[in-house]
Design a protein around this ligand. Structure first.
Ligand SMILES: [Zn+2]
Length: 297
């Protein structure tokens, strides 16, 4: 952990917490998930990919993408309560391996309530395996339900609203680039709001109606597409104005993510930029009023 940054974060979020009359303590260093009445969002350091684990106030578990390999399982087993693995909601934003591979491992190990996905397919072995595992799991009851993301089909769980912004109401199975079908959703709990973007690129944000976000003040943004410049829709993200922007990215990756232009854009707009390749796993904890952020290193 770089002390200066940690200190800045500490001060920033402590002030926010005070403003919200919160009284819980701020802890750094421990990365086992606490059993408390707060929401924990963990942006796992899975290398070049995305995997975000959420524990709700009632102890439900949500996983958004699974990262590029099986390491997500090592993270999850430390974060769920002892006993058989059950995840209430699993989201596959789009079928690229850096989001999907780990979910195949999760399906072998965990039972799942709802799988939220899209119609978009990929011509890859990893996706073929996903379809096979999902078929088996739904017919055996290990997965209760598969739901297709649509903007008129929001999900509510333990007081959290998952407001799907993309895809819109019609199917997006015909896309030239799978990233354009990536699920974008708003996570809302009380006054805390985070935007999840998968790898959705530039054009997607032009399709999302500005009204869809006008009621929200976004605290945390999962920066799209590992900080690639092809997702930097400046008009959209300027209006969004996230306080913290989190980039999930692998060290020395071959795509040269994240783009310097993306980092400087968010910093210039007053956002604190965190990245898993440098900060390790990043945890956001909220009670729906204030929030705290901590980093692994
Ligand atoms: Zn990706």
């Amino acid at each position: 952990m770089r002390p200066k940054k940690a200190q800045q974060l500490f001060i920033k979020f402590f002030i926010l917490a005070l403003a919200a009359l919160l009284s819980y303590s701020i802890a750094y260093g421990s990365f086992r998930l606490k059993d408390d009445n707060l929401i924990h969002l963990k942006f796992y350091d899975v290398g070049q990919g995305d995997s975000i684990f959420i524990k709700t106030v009632h102890g439900s578990y949500i996983l958004v993408d699974g990262g590029p390999d099986s390491r997500v399982l090592n993270f999850i087993v430390k974060d769920i309560k002892p006993g058989p693995c059950y995840l209430d909601l699993v989201v596959l934003t789009h079928p690229h391996s850096d989001h999907l591979y780990g979910l195949n491992e999760v399906l072998k190990y965990c039972r799942v309530g709802v799988v939220l996905t899209t119609e978009i397919k990929a011509e890859t072995k990893v996706f073929g395996k996903w379809e096979e595992l999902l078929r088996e799991a739904t017919s055996s009851g290990r997965v209760k339900e598969v739901s297709l993301a649509r903007s008129n089909n929001d999900i509510q769980l333990d007081g959290i609203l998952f407001d799907v912004l993309w895809p819109l109401n019609e199917s997006v199975s015909e896309v030239e680039n799978e990233n354009l079908g990536s699920i974008v959703f708003l996570f809302k709990y009380g006054d805390f709001e985070a935007l999840f973007t998968g790898d959705a690129e530039m054009e997607v944000y032009d399709e999302i109606s500005p009204d869809a976000l006008s009621d929200y003040e976004i605290e945390v943004l999962k920066v799209p597409h590992h900080g690639s410049s092809d997702s930097l829709n400046k008009e959209f993200f300027e209006k969004l104005g996230p306080e913290v922007s989190i980039i999930s990215v692998g060290r020395n990756n071959k795509y040269r993510h994240p783009s310097l232009s993306v980092i400087s854009f968010f910093k210039a707009n007053g956002s604190t930029v965190l990245r898993t390749d440098e900060d390790g796993t990043i945890e956001v904890v909220t009670d729906g009023k204030g929030y705290e952020v901590s980093v692994e290193r």
